[in-house]
Design a protein around this ligand. Structure first.
Ligand code: NZQ
Ligand code: ZN
Length: 392
């Protein structure tokens, strides 16, 4: 097993009364004049935004509002936020929303103290060395951004979607009330569950097979999410199910399920190109690719796929690693279908992609053929091209 460092410094306040702690947490982490950054309106409609603002005002914390974050958050709004924060002397950013609002907040936080263009970080031209503190009120458990070190931004001019991982990306605090997720549409609920499970699976599908505790944690998380998803879809106000999904989302991407193991991330890398080209929902892009990826790579480590089939999906070992592994992939695909997620690119986009589109995504994903993706099986530009074509 690999040596590792586990660093998950975010203070998480979880439960029905969680958001009553927002002003206290803002103060604790140095906020005197803050930016409240949110999305297209769900936080306004639910009353959450007003509730938070009333609390900040009552505690004498100055704040400015910047809404309008869209899914696959845009660089242009990040630039706007950076200018606003500099002009107004903002000292903390409070995100209200899902991964998009949180990631947009993180990018603004990196950009404020940096003299160059914040996009430099996403292109690997510079390393984040300072950032404003960020806290969040989570309304969509999916990305795990509330505890992760990552931030993913889309550059609408170049059509690139890029991520940066840095210790400065860890939120100081995350406020998570499962009741706030009752209003999520079924599509977002299912896409969120898919993303959470994929954050675990991208780590679980590893060639390191000797980290028993990490593997067991991952399997428990996956079984729990698989059980909770249909319950939350059947009854959006099922607090118990929403709780499993919300806490699962935070644990799936804070590093816990990777301790001692190499990570794969091939599906995420390929999905980011789908999101960049077609502006799709991230979780749905992942389910559209995973079954094809799995059938393409499982022979590199059938034993791992057998464990997944048996321990996560309840498939009986039938004496053959090959057919049990494939039965597990079929069962996972059936699960995605059962929660309304696409399992092909046509299911995602409503049309098949062309060879040219597949080639362009493979070119971008492999940085013009200069890098590979994946660890369980290393995939080059040609493999990526094949997977996009097979997934259509
Ligand atoms: O914009 P509003 O009006 O708030 O609506 C949002 C949005 O349309 C809505 N929503 C959120 N909470 C709601 C709600 N609607 C009703 N009730 C609520 N309680 O849901 C829609 C999707 O929100 P968004 O934040 O875009 O979704 P998600 O949390 O899935 O975040 C997706 C982004 O995170 C990135 C993805 O690539 C994508 O850009 N990721 C970030 C990661 C990270 N930072 O660690 C890792 C992930 O792998 C992922 O790449
Ligand atoms: Zn993801």
């Amino acid at each position: 097993m690999l040596d590792f460092t586990y660093y998950a410094p975010t203070e998480v306040v979880f439960g029905r009364e969680a958001e009553s702690h927002v002003a206290r947490l803002v103060r604790k982490y140095g906020g005197r004049k803050i930016l409240v950054h949110y999305g297209g309106g769900s936080a306004k409609r639910s009353g959450l935004l007003d509730k938070v603002c009333d609390q900040l005002a009552a505690e004498g914390i100055e704040f400015l509002l910047l809404g309008g974050v869209v899914p696959n958050p845009r660089l242009s709004l990040v630039h706007e936020g950076i200018e606003l924060c500099r002009r107004e002397g903002i000292d903390l950013i409070l995100a209200i929303g899902g991964g998009s609002a949180i990631d947009s907040s993180k990018a603004i936080a990196y950009g404020v103290p940096y003299e160059g263009d914040v996009w430099d970080f996403f292109e690997g031209k510079a390393k984040v060395a300072r950032a404003l503190p960020v806290g969040c009120v989570v309304t969509n458990p999916a990305s795990g951004s509330e505890m992760s070190d990552s931030c993913v931004i889309s550059n609408e001019e170049t059509r690139d979607k890029r991520g940066v991982s840095t210790p400065f990306g860890r939120c100081k605090f995350a406020v998570s009330n499962p009741e706030r997720t009752f209003t999520l549409p079924a599509w977002q609920t299912a896409a969120g569950v898919t993303d959470i499970m994929m954050h675990t699976m991208e780590r679980y599908f590893s060639n390191d097979m000797d980290m028993t505790l990490t593997e067991a944690l991952a399997e428990a998380l996956l079984r729990t999410l698989k059980d909770a998803a249909p319950k939350a879809l059947a009854d959006p106000c099922d607090y118990q199910a929403r709780t499993q999904i919300m806490w699962g989302g935070s644990l799936a991407h804070n590093g816990l399920t990777e301790c001692g193991m190499t990570r794969d991330w091939a599906c995420h890398k390929m999905e980011h190109e789908l999101s960049a080209m077609f502006d799709v929902t991230h979780g749905a892009g992942l389910s559209a690719l995973w079954p094809t990826w799995a059938r393409y790579v499982y022979r590199s480590n059938p034993e791992r796929f057998v464990r997944f089939a048996v321990n996560v999906l309840g498939v009986q070992f039938d004496g053959s690693a090959e057919s049990t592994a494939l039965a597990g992939i079929d069962a996972m695909e059936a699960f995605y279908r059962s929660i309304g997620m696409p399992v092909t690119i046509t299911g995602l986009l409503g049309r098949a992609i062309t060879d040219d589109e597949a080639a362009e995504m493979a070119r971008r994903c492999s940085h013009d053929g200069t890098i590979t993706v994946g660890r369980l099986r290393v995939l080059d530009r040609n493999d990526i091209f094949e997977i996009y074509k097979l997934a259509r």
